[in-house]
Write a protein that binds this ligand. Structure first.
Ligand SMILES: Nc1nc2c(ncn2[C@@H]2O[C@H](COP(=O)(O)OP(=O)(O)OP(=O)(O)O)[C@@H](O)[C@H]2O)c(=O)[nH]1
Ligand SMILES: [Mg+2]
Length: 306
């Protein structure tokens, strides 16, 4: 986007030259800059409502400002824009390890349920998190809560094997809620610290599956409901978040497939619109391809996109 913004700014040489002469940004200058940079922000994958929010903030931060001598107007505007986007990306944080330790003191297994649309990366992300927690010394148990899709249980068994994690499963078609319940009971009796529950991929239109999810949540009362979102899914991710949040409530978000996505605008959009904690980023198909969320990673993506 930076390059795009540069390109659009090149067409704005007269505005920039005027700002450079005056060392001050007028309302008229900023209107011109907004007009020219809006397509760049949109093509970086940022949702139009959020682009509007960003450009309005840019306006209120720049109009009337004196530009320091040591910086070019172009750099000054770009840094201001970066800081606005950085603030949007600063979502609340969740200290998962701290929460697990607290649960351990209370002698309760910490239950995390993974939710999301079909194929977004729920099961692999669950295994990545289990692997990471196991490496840190936590005792982790997996619950094969996707009893719906064919081969889902076998796939999760394979992921769990890669992660070195034991799994609780029942046969396909059994009650997902009871698999999670059984896993939590096992965790209590065998002193597991964490239960990671997989669920079947679903859309808000699958009434039965949404009802099943509500039951899982009502009966098992998870400590954390994590919505997994595919960073390649574009603005669909916004409606997925709205639907899951409305139906069962979402405590935290994970974006997957950042390795395949050169932009990052969807993360800016969701961070700005939802203010939900983003906890991890999936960056590949391997068991270790998980990174703690860091807004700077997204800033770099947004500002290096060509
Ligand atoms: N490149 C890449 N691939 C990923 C990432 N996360 C998941 N995948 C791939 O995405 C595909 C779907 O992952 P799953 O974990 O099965 O997704 P799911 O949400 O459990 O899918 P359903 O159970 O069918 O709803 C698999 O091929 C994964 O290897 C990631 O961060 N990067
Ligand atoms: Mg799955």
């Amino acid at each position: 986007m930076l390059n795009l913004l540069r390109t659009s700014m090149r067409t704005l040489t007269s505005t920039i030259a005027k700002i450079a002469r005056a060392r001050k940004v007028t309302e008229k200058d900023i209107e011109q800059i907004i007009f020219d940079s809006t397509p760049a922000l949109l093509s970086a994958g940022i949702y139009f409502e959020v682009v509007d929010e960003i450009t309005q903030q840019l306006k209120s931060e720049l109009v009337g400002k004196e530009i320091p001598r040591e910086i070019t107007p172009e750099e000054y505007i770009r840094e201001t824009l970066k800081n606005i986007i950085r603030k949007l990306l600063n979502t609340p944080t969740i200290d998962i390890e701290g929460l697990i330790r607290k649960s351990m003191e209370e002698k309760k297994p910490f239950l995390i349920v993974f939710l999301g649309f079909n194929g977004v990366g729920k099961s692999l992300t669950l295994a990545k998190i289990g692997y990471m927690l196991r490496k840190k010394g936590f005792r982790v148990l997996v619950a094969a809560g996707d009893t719906y899709r064919s081969a889902a249980i076998e796939q999760l068994e394979e992921y769990s094997r890669m992660a070195g994690l034991p799994i609780v499963k029942q046969k396909r078609g059994s009650d997902s809620c009871s698999v999670v319940y059984q896993a939590v009971e096992k965790a209590k009796s065998k002193y597991y610290n964490v239960v990671l529950a997989d669920t079947a991929g679903r859309s808000h239109l699958d009434k039965n599956l949404i009802e099943e999810l509500r039951k899982i949540v009502r009966v098992n009362n998870p400590d954390l409901k994590v919505l997994v979102l595919d960073s390649l899914s574009g603005t669909d991710a916004i409606s997925q978040l709205e639907a899951f949040n409305k139906n069962v409530g979402v405590d935290a978000l994970i974006f997957t497939k950042l390795d395949a996505n050169p932009k990052g605008g969807i993360i800016v959009s969701i961070a700005a619109l939802s203010k939900k904690p983003i906890i991890y980023l999936g960056v590949g198909g391997g068991i270790e391809d998980l990174e703690p969320y860091n807004p700077e990673i997204i800033i770099d993506r947004v500002f290096s996109w060509d």
